[in-house]
Design a protein around this ligand. Sequence first.
Ligand code: DAH
Length: 339
Amino acid sequence: MIAKIQGLLEEVEKLQAATKEEAEALRIKYLGKKGIVNDLMADFRNVPAEMKKEVGMKLNELKNKAQEKINALKDAADAKDNVADDIDLTRTPYPIALGTRHPITIVKNEIVDIFSRLSFTLAEGPEIEDDWHVYSSMNFADDHPARDMQDTFFVEAHPDIVLRSHTSSVQARVMERQQPPIRVICPGRVYRNEAISARAHCFFHQVEGLYVDRNVSFTDLKQVLLLFAQEMFGKETKIRLRPSYFPFTEPSAEMDISCDICGGKGCSFCKHTGWVEILGCGMVDPAVLDANGIDSKVYTGYAFGMGIERITNLKYKVKDLRMFSENDTRFLEEFKSAN
Ligand code: DAH
């Protein structure tokens, strides 16, 4: 009997099945109720007692091997079937969906592009900054409210390190390593400790501009900003400068553009004034030049800073600031044509 089982073991090892049906037939032949293995089990009764252990083990081996082999044949037949059913190699492929640029990136690129045509070069600085670059070098008094915890995110255990609350810090980064002429445009992300709502967010984006040279005047600033506004919002756009205050500029101003929704006649978007604010600007305070190693007796400069979200809202009428950071592809796809 041992020899017979050994012969069957070798036979099982060589079994082949091209289809699931063939494999099933083999299962019935070897492992079915009236199959070879069961027949042998019936014969087992007649095996002499002293042989029972050896024969029993061999018989079990045959049963397990047959099971394993037939399962493997079934799996292989299955896999073959699936390939044949699921893949139609003659079908044309689906069009590959292209991603779209984020509206903030689109507008940032446009702003940088306009200023690069006026010979401004790109400058960047870190988002995690020290107090010196964000505040002290920018002429903020020690007790200035912007330094307050309510406005600024501090890095825990480092009272001197903050998440920059404006890109004006890049002005200091540039001036400390370069003498005039300086003409830079600095886009980047900024952080403020604000509750998130449709109109405020704890992070947003700004573009800072800085021009320092001999004889830079307020007229230069006005002319460059007018050109920017007209490139960005159309040739008909008018600008208006209102006196304001920033620690790092003197004199300082805020700039409005004529409302492009009502053409300046007055509507709900511009709160019936005909004007919408888009940026802050001014002549670099001599104290800022001196603090950053530039001789204020020789050089003068202008600076400006604007929020990219604000400009994007004006161009694309996005009402809720939260849309910019949710990464909802339906929102992003609306900007396909602007890419
Ligand atoms: N840093 C200002 C802010 O975050 C914006 C600003 C105003 C930047 C006037 C300037 C400037 O360079 O001259 O609100």
